[in-house]
Design a protein. Structure first.
Length: 253
């Protein structure tokens, strides 16, 4: 993530340099545009065991809970569109913007077969997955205009449609899986730099960080599992965080 922030900062600085002396632009008005870029999707997993797991040895419970709790990381790209309104008074520019980004790509982490300590004949395999599909947000903006160059910060609320999943299987034919598709929501903050190219066109580069909260779901027995009763249960919690760097073009009305 530090690499992405460094590249963003350098690009913003290079874009801003030639425009600081220009004081003719007026940023007030409606605009709409498109954007694209790259993003990092992050998800950390936490697992709580229940039911008949209480009858098992503490070492086995710890082994399963710890190995089901993987972190997922998906580096991909985003494409989308935005619409907004700016109002300028002096060098201060205030605004509001709504945007949507499509986030193709997913990540599945698999580990196993892992042998259980002190029980070499027993092994487990675990998978965790994350698939963030689309993020939309509404943000307030505040910035400073240097003529044809606008530097701004922004913050608001975001919604992300995502699919989460986890599985656990053993050499003893213990077969469990869980899955949840949900629209998550949480805060989004960031900032960027925009450069006017004429009366109607502008280009920009921005960075956003979105924390979309935590999803909770339970596993269920899969067909063919040798274990169905007494019931073992696994409750899975996965959070969702996104880093987005986006370049865009706006048309001003």
């Amino acid at each position: 993530m530090n690499r992405y922030l460094t590249l963003t900062a350098l690009a913003l600085g290079l874009t801003a340099s030639p425009a600081l002396a220009d004081d003719e632009a007026d940023w007030t008005g409606f605009y709409a545009g498109v954007h694209g870029g790259f993003n990092q999707t992050r998800s950390a997993t936490d697992v709580t065991l229940g039911g008949a797991w209480s009858t098992e040895a503490a070492s086995l419970r710890g082994f399963v809970a710890n190995n089901m709790a993987e972190r997922q990381r998906d580096d991909g790209y985003n494409l989308g569109a935005q619409i907004g309104y700016n109002y300028q008074t002096g060098s201060l520019v205030l605004g509001v913007e709504a945007d949507t980004s499509f986030l193709p790509g997913s990540e599945t982490v698999s580990s196993g077969a892992l042998r259980v300590p002190r029980t070499p004949t027993l092994s487990y395999t675990f998978t965790n997955s994350i698939n963030a599909k689309r993020m939309s947000s509404i943000k307030a903006k505040a910035g400073v205009a240097f003529g044809n160059t606008l530097i701004y910060g922004e913050g608001g609320w975001a919604w992300t449609k995502a699919r989460f999943g986890a599985t656990v299987t053993s050499s003893g034919n213990y077969l469990k899986s869980g899955e949840l598709e949900k629209t998550m929501d949480g805060f989004v903050v960031g900032g960027g730099l925009e450069q006017r190219l004429g009366d109607n066109l502008s280009v920009r580069l921005s960075y956003n960080y979105a924390d979309q909260g935590t999803a909770t779901y339970a596993t269920a027995y899969r067909p063919g599992s040798a274990f169905t009763s007494p019931a073992y249960s696994e409750t899975v919690r996965q959070d969702l965080r996104l880093h987005l760097v986006r370049a865009g073009v706006n048309y001003r009305f």
